[in-house]
Design a protein around this ligand. Structure first.
Ligand code: ADP
Length: 297
């Protein structure tokens, strides 16, 4: 029997914590606010962004969707990000992908104020994560670790394989697993024998975006399999990277899609936004105390 590692319960508990913290901030006059910048007419992306906005509202977080349209240029998106980075009422910024084909995604990620980078997209955040310094981890990568913790699965001393090496999921997950004392193999599009890289892993994390890529041949008996893939179909279904029917009975545990990593990711984005609001408030307070002190000496 393959155990299902659902994310709904964990997501609810993270959202509840965030909502308590948001209420405490509201008491002192701080309303945490998230801005999501999108530039696409892809309906499944728009649906996902609206789901973040409604979860934010239920948690006591203001959320602005800044829709620049599918024809937006890199410069338009960049200046919007810079403006939001300076806006004292905005505490968290998410740059939603996909963006128009010609946009320079690397330059845009660098334009996100690191203090507000609640989805760990700026290379400064990733660098700090690798250096084991405080930073917002990309929410999806952190959701993988949070789900393992929630279900009592420790990476310590285990072998792990990560399929996918994107800077938002695969690479940070691999680093977080190493930081939790796993021995990690990273596979990607140039891996010639994918099954050889994955079939001995105690923990297998898949973040590729190819539905059904992972079958029984890729999975060790009893392995814990975390499916990060979410490919939307034309008829509105969400498909994972793992062929759940094929690995059923072989994997020891598997996250469902939808209902696994996804809800935890959204909850963590909200949690990060509240944390960002709290630290920006603390920073403003210490700045003003400091300037009061300076002017009095
Ligand atoms: P995401 O944002 O979900 O991480 P990306 O498109 O940025 O998605 O990255 C996809 C990752 O999947 C890349 O690191 C790529 O190397 C990996 N990948 C793509 N195709 C394969 C494949 N056939 N086998 C293994 N890895 C693959």
């Amino acid at each position: 029997m393959t155990r299902s590692l659902g994310g709904a319960e964990l997501a609810t508990s993270i959202r509840n914590d965030a909502s308590v913290a948001a209420a405490a901030l509201a008491e002192i006059g701080v309303r945490p606010k998230l801005a999501v910048v999108q530039a696409t007419d892809d309906e499944s992306t728009a649906w996902y962004v609206r789901s973040i906005a409604s979860a934010a509202k239920r948690t006591g977080i203001l959320c602005d969707i800044v829709d620049l349209g599918a024809a937006a240029s890199t410069e338009q998106i960049r200046s919007t990000l810079v403006e939001l980075g300076h806006d004292p009422d905005v505490h968290g910024i998410i740059l939603q992908t996909p963006l128009p084909d010609e946009t320079d995604l690397d330059a845009l990620r660098e334009a996100i104020n690191p203090a507000k980078d609640v989805d760990g997209a700026n290379p400064v955040s990733l660098g700090r994560l690798v250096a084991r310094l405080p930073a917002f981890a990309p929410a999806t990568a952190q959701a993988v670790i949070a789900l393992l913790d929630h279900h009592g699965i420790s990476p310590h001393g285990r072998t792990a394989a990560v399929v996918g090496r994107s800077t938002v999921v695969g690479s940070p997950v691999a680093h977080l697993l190493v930081q939790r004392n796993a021995t990690v193999t990273v596979c990607h599009r140039h891996t010639t024998d994918l099954a050889a890289g994955t079939r001995d892993a105690d923990i297998l994390v898949v973040a590729v975006g190819i539905p059904g890529l992972i079958t029984a041949d890729h999975v060790a008996d009893g392995a814990v399999v975390i499916d990060v893939g979410t490919t939307a179909t034309a008829d509105g279904r969400l498909l994972g990277d793992v062929d759940a029917a094929a690995v059923d009975g072989r994997a020891g545990a598997l996250t469902p899609v939808p209902g696994g990593v996804g809800p935890v990711t959204t909850a963590l984005l909200l949690n990060h936004t509240v944390d960002a609001a709290a630290s920006q408030y603390a920073q403003t307070r210490s700045d003003s105390l400091l300037s009061g002190f300076r002017s009095s000496v």
